[in-house]
Design a protein around this ligand. Structure first.
Ligand SMILES: Cc1cc2nc3c(=O)[nH]c(=O)nc-3n(C[C@H](O)[C@H](O)[C@H](O)COP(=O)(O)OP(=O)(O)OC[C@H]3O[C@@H](n4cnc5c(N)ncnc54)[C@H](O)[C@@H]3O)c2cc1C
Length: 646
């Protein structure tokens, strides 16, 4: 095969495959993963195809429904558990309705329903007897959940809830799977009892008739229209006109309406548990971010090894592979370093989450605020990083990266909203910043990993390759930015300004800049720790090369900050040299470092990155024969409109 000579690596492939697998999917064994994948590849409806890129909105929705049903049938046939299901989900990067049903509707209901309610609903959801969505955001309110307006008024006489949209903005909006597919919704609405407003609460309600699939009387529901991507997802709107549902539609794990028709809190830890569920949803965006980056890098690195441009001055009869141009390496290998950094951080964030969850189960909430801060920080910057990586990979494929058939534009479009949903990235970063600031006010309670924030300033010294030197540089940038923020906040407060006002009007930009540095200090710290734990020397060396590229590249963001703190221009030049020499060191392993993830051609769905390296034949064939515009020798629209005029 054309690419075979590129497949030799300096590292032990089997050992690296296992090491990575244990970091990214520890709950499913590698053998089982491969077995499921091989079986799933034989089910055509589970796979994406080049036709996807030519589909209308309606065809995309039909295709998503077909995919969902195939997924369910496969799950049943192979008896897949919840973690194993996700392996098959990865075959399709679109967030389609059935995926939201299992991944958002079901876990949200399980978390908020009483035992009795779980018995009523969970099996039906598992069996796909009903299809559900998670309906929180409204036309008028997204980030500010407390501002949502749809009302759930309790009618004591009939013991029912009356759902109503009192204004235009009281319309659910953006809800995935709602537009045409869902029969039920987990609805967040304002609970009102005897005229008193208890704020947003969760309800499970039926919105479409199970026999006819028609919207029920009092329900106005539909699709919100075309979006940048996710064409197979029917993101919908929903309004109510005095729509009645039974009393048990209110999810009762935390609170209920008791026999005296009064509001009663059942679990005092309710808000904390809900808080953890939000954190869980955000964590999964951190845990899954490696996947779209891996797809983008597999496509772009393979393509860069197949694509040749301009005679090679060292061998003028041959053209040079584009991956052998320095700037192409700069584009792609920085993203490769980033991918491995994100993977190395994953187990650390996971264990923070697990520890906090265990403590919460014993009514100990002490870890929750820190976990929220770290997960918000990582959700913001990991999704930004991943999105930037996909786009960098797309651009590195030149014109062909602009073709849908390359697989890259749709990957970008599908990943794009992850910086908005499950918490807008700016808002999450600001929440982290405020937590960091609160820690700086009581340095004695500073968690060990953040102690550097309250250390005395000093200029990092050392070899420009050294992990400790790099770590000290990231920490310096974060510490100095937070210190200036503390000084600014103090000055504004002393002028008599209110804290909430300055955090809306004066400090947001610098707070986010400080958070950015804290993120890189944290993720780089985890990268260093992961490498220390690696036994196999060949893998250790490779990871160290990737870490050096990552550190030297991401430190460039803070050059101004470092220079301001006293780091000399010569030192910054030495860090730059580490980055550039890192590109040459990693080059022989480039293909191996992406193919190690075993993402199949069927999943890449890219005409420019075939495993066998034969892309041009496929490009011509696919464009010529699969393209509806080329179906007839004369395009009907030309025949009808243009021909009579020329
Ligand atoms: C593809 C997609 C799928 C979705 N699926 C679902 C779903 O299934 N269910 C569901 O309930 N929702 C869903 N959503 C909605 C999503 O959760 C919201 O879009 C998100 O919470 C952000 O809210 P918003 O769009 O109202 O933005 P806004 O909150 O209006 O934010 C707009 C801008 O204002 C800024 N801003 C707002 N407040 C502040 C502040 N206090 N300080 C600084 N800046 C601020 C934000 O940073 C942002 O730049 C989906 C959204 C998308 C794009």
């Amino acid at each position: 095969m054309a690419l075979d000579s590129e497949r030799n690596t300096t590292f032990n492939k089997d050992a690296l495959r296992l090491l990575l697998h244990n970091k990214i999917m520890p709950t499913v064994s590698l053998e089982r993963l491969r077995e499921i994948r091989e079986k799933a590849k034989k089910v055509p409806d589970l796979l994406v195809s080049f036709e996807k890129y030519h589909m209308t909105r309606e065809q995309s929705i039909n295709n998503a429904i077909k995919h969902g049903l195939a997924w369910k049938a496969f799950m049943d046939k192979e008896n897949l558990n919840r973690d194993e299901r996700r392996v098959v989900l990865g075959f399709n990067t679109e967030l389609s309705g059935h995926m939201l049903h299992y991944e958002f509707f079901l876990p949200s209901l399980e978390l908020q329903a009483s035992q009795e309610q779980k018995e009523k609903w969970v099996q039906k959801i598992e069996n796909l007897e009903i299809l559900g969505c998670y309906a929180q955001t409204e036309l008028g309110h997204g980030s500010n959940v407390r501002g949502i307006e749809i009302e759930a008024r309790y009618d004591e006489k009939t013991q029912e809830f009356v759902f109503h949209s009192p204004t235009i903005t009281a319309t659910k909006w953006w809800i995935g799977g709602l537009g045409v597919v869902s029969t039920h919704a987990l609805l967040v609405a304002r609970l009102i009892i005897k005229g008193q407003d208890y704020g947003p609460h969760a309800f499970v309600i039926q919105i479409r008739d199970l026999a006819t699939h028609e919207p029920l009387p009092g329900v106005d529901v539909g699709d919100i229209g075309p979006k940048i991507g996710l064409h197979g997802n029917d993101n919908g709107y929903l309004r109510f006109e005095y729509f009645r549902q039974p009393k048990d539609s209110m999810l009762n794990r935390f609170a209920k309406i008791n026999a005296n028709d009064e509001y009663e809190i059942i679990d005092p830890n309710a808000m904390k548990i809900l808080y953890l569920s939000l954190i869980r949803a955000r964590s999964s965006l951190i845990f899954d971010a490696w996947y779209p980056i891996t797809i983008a890098l597999t496509i772009s690195i393979r393509y860069s090894l197949i694509r040749e441009q301009f005679p090679d001055p060292e061998n003028p009869k041959k053209e040079k592979k584009i991956l052998d141009y320095q700037i192409q390496r700069y584009k792609l290998f920085r993203m490769l370093g980033r991918l491995y950094a994100i993977i190395c951080a994953r187990p650390f964030i996971k264990s923070l989450y697990t520890q906090a969850e265990e403590k919460l189960n014993n009514s100990d909430v002490s870890d929750l605020a820190f976990l929220h801060c770290i997960v918000s920080l990582y959700k913001s910057y990991v999704t930004f990083n991943a999105l930037e990586a996909i786009e960098e990979c797309r651009r590195s494929c030149g014109g062909h990266g602009y073709m849908m058939l390359s697989g890259l534009p749709s990957l970008y479009a599908e990943y794009l909203p992850s910086v908005t949903y499950d918490g807008d990235n700016s808002i999450l970063a600001l929440q982290s910043a405020r937590y960091f600031m609160s820690l700086l006010r009581k340095p004695k309670q500073m968690p060990e990993t953040l102690e550097y924030l309250s250390e005395n300033p000093s200029i990092p010294q050392g070899d420009a390759h050294c992990p400790i030197f790099h770590q000290k540089c990231f920490e310096l940038a974060a510490r100095n930015r937070f210190r200036r923020l503390v000084v600014r906040e103090r000055a504004l407060l002393s002028q008599g300004k209110k804290k909430d006002i300055i955090w809306n009007s004066d400090l947001q930009v610098e707070a986010i800049e400080a958070c950015e540095a804290a993120y890189y200090a944290s993720i780089h710290g985890y990268f260093v720790k992961s490498i220390l734990a690696i036994q196999d020397q060949s893998i250790k060396n490779t990871f160290e090369n990737l870490r050096q590229i990552f550190a030297a590249s991401e430190l460039e963001r803070f050059n101004g900050e470092l220079a301001r703190a006293g780091i000399t221009g010569e030192t910054l030049d030495r860090i730059k040299a580490v980055q550039l020499e890192g590109f040459d060191k990693i080059r022989p392993d480039a293909l191996g470092l992406v193919e190690i993830f075993e993402v199949d051609d069927e999943v890449l769905n890219s005409v420019i990155a075939k495993k066998n390296g034969l892309i041009y034949q496929d490009m011509l064939r696919t464009s010529k024969y699969l393209n509806p515009l080329n179906k007839e020798r004369v395009f009907p629209g030309v025949k009808k409109q243009l021909k009579p005029k020329i």
